[in-house]
Design a protein around this ligand. Structure first.
Ligand code: 13P
Ligand code: SF4
Length: 319
């Protein structure tokens, strides 16, 4: 605990000295989330992380999360220095959507508007017409549909399926998935609901359809946090990364949050309810990258303007 306190002070001092701001995702270690809050940074979903980094005046943005979040910050702010505690933190959605295959797929369907999730590489974003996150995907697809547009959706098939069911849009789906959300199991969730009959079930739409079907609220991290605050229930079963409990508990101190069941509960499971890549963000690495200026994010300058366009569209749409 003493070591942790020292690290926190050291990071806060470096942030100030370097005109840097810490931006953390809700899935990060609570210790980083609280540090971001205390030092005037932000803790949020992937959409608001992008907006915050873009609007803040700091010369350096330190992004605690996964690689696509750092790249998004850099694309939107090419003049700023973007650092990450680790460069190894990727995402199974990003990994599952290599640019060459994706570009060929798009070329086969030139009549379709290309909508990609923020959880993608800069190159995939550069090939897209729109970037979306889970908090704005529904509205954006709805508006494209109203415009008569047919859609290519990548990479998350569960989120794509969910949006298709909700909107009825004509969508061709890429076959990607999140290794964390894919582990939530409907059968076990039903059993758990029986144990907590008064609990509301909160589900991130990267989860399989059968799990989404059991939800009282479906939404992005920020939307699930809002649901925890506004639904009258005292207990919540939560099907998303457990990092989110920090913010839920902070905003609803009297409520109880329990993890939705995964196949691996009780067994060794690398990705059960906690993203192994988010977990790579530690206090030690945060301090190290600040002190050394290491782990700076660079995006191919040829991609930046092309990737910025669909990202800006998303920010403008959701203003
Ligand atoms: P949101 O915070 O946009 O809901 O993102 C979910 C996610 O999995 C990010 O890795
Ligand atoms: Fe990617 Fe899933 Fe981890 Fe989010 S939780 S970064 S979608 S692997």
């Amino acid at each position: 605990a003493e070591e942790e306190a020292q690290l926190r002070v050291a990071i806060a001092t470096e942030l100030k000295a370097q005109d840097a701001v810490l931006v953390a995702h809700y899935y990060c270690d609570p210790v980083l989330q609280s540090l971001a809050e205390e030092t005037g940074g932000c803790v949020s979903d992937s959409l608001e992380m992008a907006r915050f980094g873009n609007q803040h005046s700091a010369k350096t943005v330190l992004v605690a999360g996964v690689k696509f979040m750092g790249e998004t910050a850099k694309i939107l702010n090419p003049e700023k220095r973007v650092l990450m505690p680790t460069l190894e933190a990727t995402c199974s959605l990003d990994l599952g959507c290599p640019i060459d295959e994706f570009s060929a797929f798009c070329d086969e369907h030139p009549d379709r508007t290309v909508v990609v999730y923020a959880n993608t590489s800069a190159a995939v974003k550069a090939r897209a017409d729109w970037v979306v996150t889970s908090s704005c995907a529904l509205e954006i697809v709805e508006s494209l549909m109203d415009n008569g547009e047919k859609i290519i959706w990548a990479p998350d098939k569960h989120l794509g399926n969910y949006i298709q069911r909700e909107t009825g849009a004509d969508m061709l789906l890429w076959d990607g998935a999140c290794i964390v959300h894919e582990e939530f199991k409907a059968k076990q969730l039903e059993d758990m609901k029986a144990l907590y009959p008064d609990a509301a079930v909160l589900v991130h739409p990267e989860s399989p359809e059968a799990v989404v079907a059991l939800a009282d609220a479906v939404g992005s991290t920020s939307q699930l946090i809002k649901a925890a605050q506004t639904l009258p229930n005292q207990t919540f079963i939560v099907a998303t990364d457990r990092g989110i409990f920090y913010k839920m508990q902070q905003l609803c101190p009297d409520k109880t949050f329990v993890e939705a069941p995964t196949a691996g509960n009780g067994a060794a499971c690398r990705s059960c309810a906690h993203c192994p890549w988010m977990a790579m963000n530690t206090l030690e690495r945060t301090l190290q990258c600040l002190r050394e200026g290491s782990n700076e994010i660079f995006v191919d300058p040829a991609l930046v303007p092309r990737a910025m366009r669909p990202l800006r569209r998303m920010l403008d749409f959701t203003q």
